[in-house]
Structure formats: C-alpha cells, structure tokens
Design a protein around this ligand. Structure first.
Ligand SMILES: Nc1ncnc2c1ncn2[C@@H]1O[C@H](COP(=O)(O)OP(=O)(O)O)[C@@H](O)[C@H]1O
Ligand SMILES: [Mg+2]
Length: 295
C-alpha cells in the first residue's frame, strides 16, 4: 500500500511562501508514489479526547510533514500515534531562539556570546535598569538584540549605543529576547546549510551589501557554496542538538576560519536554496521519511 501523508501548513499566514513549501513537499511525495494531501492547521481539528481515542478522522495518515509551528496540533497528532516530521519538540525548540541556543550550548556547539534577558512579567526592561550595566560589562557596542520569536531577520536588531538600545528595548516590550555578541566578520554574509538526516544536501552563501542581516527577504543575494567538512559537521550536530530530522542551519563567519551557529530552522523553506543551487531538498526529506517509517 502507498504511504499516506499529510502536509500541514498554517492557514493564517497569507504569504505564498508557505503554500509553496507545502507544494514542493507534496510534489516530491507524489512522485515517490505516496498519497499526499495538503491541509492547514484549521482543516485538522485539535480535539483533546480524554480516552486518547480519535473521534474525528476516518483515516489518520502514516506521517505528517508539519511545516507549521502550531505545536499543540503537532502534539495531538503525535499522541494519536502519527509520525510527525519534524517532531513537535524539535519545532518548538527551533521556533524559540532562546531554547535553540540553550540546546546548542548544552551540546557545546559554538554560538556567539549570548545573554538571555530576564523574565519581567510584562514590564519592559529599561535601559537605566542596573541589570543593563552587567550586560554592558560583558558586551561592547555594537551588539545584537534578538527576539526569541522571529523570522526573515525582522526581529534581529543591531544596536550601536545606549540610545539605540533604549529604543530597541522599548519596542520589544516584554517579549523574550537575548543580547548577543555581533560577529563583525560576518556582517552582511552568512551560510545556509540544509541538513537532512546525517547529511548536508545543499548550501548557499547569502550576501547583503546594504544590511548586517544576510536574509534573502532582507535584500541578501545568494550564491551556491561548497561547505568544508567542519561546516558540514557543525550543521549536522546543530540539527541533532535540537532533535530535528532536517533543518536549515545558518552559520556565521568568525575570525581565522571560526564558525558560529546563528540559527537552526526546523521549518526552513527550501525554495531559495533550490533557485540558487538547483537542488530540491524536498526529495531528500521524503526519502528520509520513508527510511524513518521503515525502521
Ligand atoms: N550574532 C550575530 N552576529 C552577526 N550577524 C548576525 C548575528 N545574529 C544574526 N545575524 C544576522 O542576522 C540574520 C538573521 O538572524 P537569525 O538569528 O538567523 O534570525 P531569523 O530567524 O530572523 O533569520 C542572520 O542571517 C545574520 O546575517
Ligand atoms: Mg535566519
């Protein structure tokens, strides 16, 4: 019997990027002979039934490719015994940059010096708060202020002095964030390595002439990149550290060939990488699902 899969994306995000990612995965699944349906997190009702039964779906899939961040729904599907890729736990860790850095640090993987802002119970952290002195003892300007939740570079800020820091803290309000060392050598450039299982299947360099962030959405251009063994190893280890089966790993360039892990994205869109390298990682992802279901 053909494998039956659902590809779930978020029904509230209107950008075509999200549908496109789901369609790439569906196409690869269909080509591999699966029965594959695209659904949104609205199509699949998340009912917490007290006896663990499934009162809703006539037929559960063999697997779900969960391109969304609706962790509650991913958890329910896992409790019903469905194989969810990535695992809900990996998506949760990836979505929260603080949790990601915690996992990377626990695995002793290289990350920029990172200070997690304290929990403030709804109060914004004021730049005059004595706490900020301790941060300024550890980090010199310019440094990065990065919100725990964000994408496309939009919640990543570079602050050059106390005034900019004050503005930034005010804008962030009480959302969780980190203070982070700015890796100057990597200004406007980074690497994106797509890991599937134990392998890096495609990589690119992203370069921005106009912004410290290299995100393509923030104006970066892309070129294919051949990673060295160390870069590949870091990317695979980072993917393992967050418990993901596949991920897009961002690496930063440090001094003397050093590399830092910047981000591990469990839901990395693979369209840009395909446009840049002509490698369609969705096939690698589908083959990985097949291997995992067999074992
Ligand atoms: N500590 C840092 N030093 C230098 N550049 C950074 C640092 N953190 C982030 N950047 C730049 O900002 C971009 C976006 O940061 P990232 O953490 O990947 O957030 P997002 O999820 O929004 O992509 C990175 O691709 C990189 O170019
Ligand atoms: Mg990123």
């Amino acid at each position: 019997m053909a494998l039956y899969g659902w590809i779930i994306y978020n029904g509230f995000l209107k950008s075509d990027k999200f549908v496109d990612f789901a369609e790439m995965l569906q196409e690869a699944a269909l080509e591999r002979g699966h029965e594959a349906e695209i659904k949104t997190n609205v199509d699949v009702l998340n009912v917490l039934h007290h006896d663990g039964s499934n009162p809703i779906y006539d037929r559960l899939p063999d697997y779900v490719l969960f391109t969304d961040k609706d962790i509650y729904l991913a958890n329910t599907l896992e409790r019903l015994g469905v194989n969810v890729f990535n695992r809900s736990r990996a998506i949760e860790v990836s979505d929260d940059k603080i949790k990601t850095y915690e996992h990377l640090a626990a695995f002793r993987l290289p990350i920029p010096l990172t200070i997690v802002a304290p929990k403030t119970f709804g109060q914004p952290l004021h730049v005059r708060h004595p706490y900020i002195r301790q941060v300024l003892d550890q980090l010199s300007f310019p440094f990065i202020v990065k919100e725990a939740f964000g994408s496309f570079g939009e919640q990543v800020h570079l602050v050059h002095d106390e005034d900019e820091l004050a503005n930034c803290l005010e804008k962030i309000g009480s959302s969780p964030f980190v203070f982070q060392e700015f890796i100057e050598e990597s200004r406007g450039v980074d690497l994106r390595l797509q890991v599937v299982g134990e392998e890096v299947v495609a990589s690119m360099k992203r370069i921005s002439e106009t912004d410290f962030r290299a995100n393509v959405t923030a104006g970066g251009r892309m070129e294919p990149y051949e990673p060295n063994e160390w870069e590949k190893r870091l990317a695979v280890q980072a993917t393992k550290a967050i418990g993901a089966h596949f991920a897009g790993v961002d690496l930063l360039f440090g001094k003397d060939g050093e590399r830092y892990i910047c981000e591990v994205n469990s839901n990395a869109h693979i369209r840009n990488l395909y446009d840049c390298t002509n490698i369609d990682a969705s096939y690698d992802i589908i083959k990985l699902v097949e291997r995992e279901l067999k074992s």
